[in-house]
Design a protein around this ligand. Structure first.
Ligand code: GLU
Length: 302
């Protein structure tokens, strides 16, 4: 019997830097419904690779909230903090192919370099061709080369010139931790993720991730970036701002607000229905093409 790989494997990958808020509920719901709509799997990964930003107890709180909201993921939860060996192996592969280089530069030394598209400092290339004499490696960077183009299933055609828009980016940080960009690519590949549905705040990370996928020889998933929920002042909701609102509302009401936000037009009385009814309506009616093609949108009050 031939083993067929599943056609759709999606995931939700929250960082445990605080409790689940409305913005992350939107990403959880959108990724879950798109997977279920395709008869696919939906996995849960806790992105606790950035240990200094990890808030004790936040991961457990997120998992608890997801359960209370009726989310059902396939298989065991994956924890990035337990995946260091896989990230190390990927880094060794990148070292062998010459795709990465050691970098001695401090933040202060880069303070005058040009800005990248996301407003951070673009790496000026100081250590690209070897460490300056007497300096030792603090971090490892990947050479950013080429123009990456891809079609985002919500946001449309995307293009990023890696050298111009991003610059050589860090894969192993000066504090010894692996960077999110590497961890996410290694983990998505290991889990066989075929579709990445997440917030559009990560749209600009996709080109870096595609670059790493090509360097590591792993498949490129389909990307769909959902609008990011903001407050009236167009500020991205922090883990704090709406965390309370999620906890304070019945799950059905919050899920229906997330469906409205995602353009799914649920019937007006669905907010008063049971959690099971909300889920069965959602599974039956989910349409990715109804999601507004916006990078951010104001969260509805509920
Ligand atoms: N951990 C990231 C976050 O919570 C999401 C990463 C991803 O979905 O690729 O913003």
């Amino acid at each position: 019997m031939t083993h067929m790989a599943p056609v759709y494997v999606g995931r939700f990958a929250p960082s445990p830097s605080g409790p689940l808020h409305f913005g992350s509920l939107v990403a959880a719901l959108g990724s879950c419904l798109d997977a279920r709509h395709h008869g696919g799997k939906w996995l849960l990964r806790i992105e606790d690779v950035d240990t200094p930003r990890t808030v004790p107890g936040a991961a457990e709180a997120i998992v608890g909230t997801l359960e209370r909201f009726g989310f059902e993921w396939d298989g065991e939860v994956v924890w990035q903090s337990q995946r260091t060996a896989a990230y190390q192996a990927a880094l060794e592969q990148l070292k062998r192919s010459g795709a990465v280089f050691p970098c001695a530069c401090t933040r202060r030394e880069m303070a005058d370099s040009a800005l990248a598209r996301d407003g951070s400092r673009r790496y000026p290339g100081t250590c690209r061709n070897g460490l300056p004499p007497g300096r030792s490696a603090r971090a490892w960077r990947v050479r950013a080369e080429g123009v990456i183009r891809f079609e985002d299933a919500v946001q449309g055609p995307q293009e990023e010139d890696l050298a111009r828009d991003v610059g050589d980016f860090v894969v192993l940080r000066a504090d010894g931790l692996f960077a999110y960009q590497l961890a996410v690519v290694v983990d998505d590949a290991a889990a066989g993720i075929t579709h990445v549905v997440r917030g559009a705040d990560l749209l600009d990370s996709s080109a870096r991730q595609i670059h790493l996928q090509r360097l590591l020889g792993v498949p490129q998933p389909v990307y769909a970036h959902l609008p990011v929920a903001t407050n009236e002042a167009a500020e991205k909701l922090s883990k704090q701002t709406l965390a309370r609102a999620i906890e304070d509302h019945p799950p059905a009401t919050a899920l229906v607000a997330a469906l409205v936000f995602l353009g799914q037009q649920p019937p007006p009385d669905l907010g008063q229905a049971s959690l099971d009814e909300v889920w069965s309506w959602s599974r039956a009616h989910w349409q990715l093409d109804k999601v507004p093609r916006l990078r951010h949108a104001i969260a509805p009050s509920f």
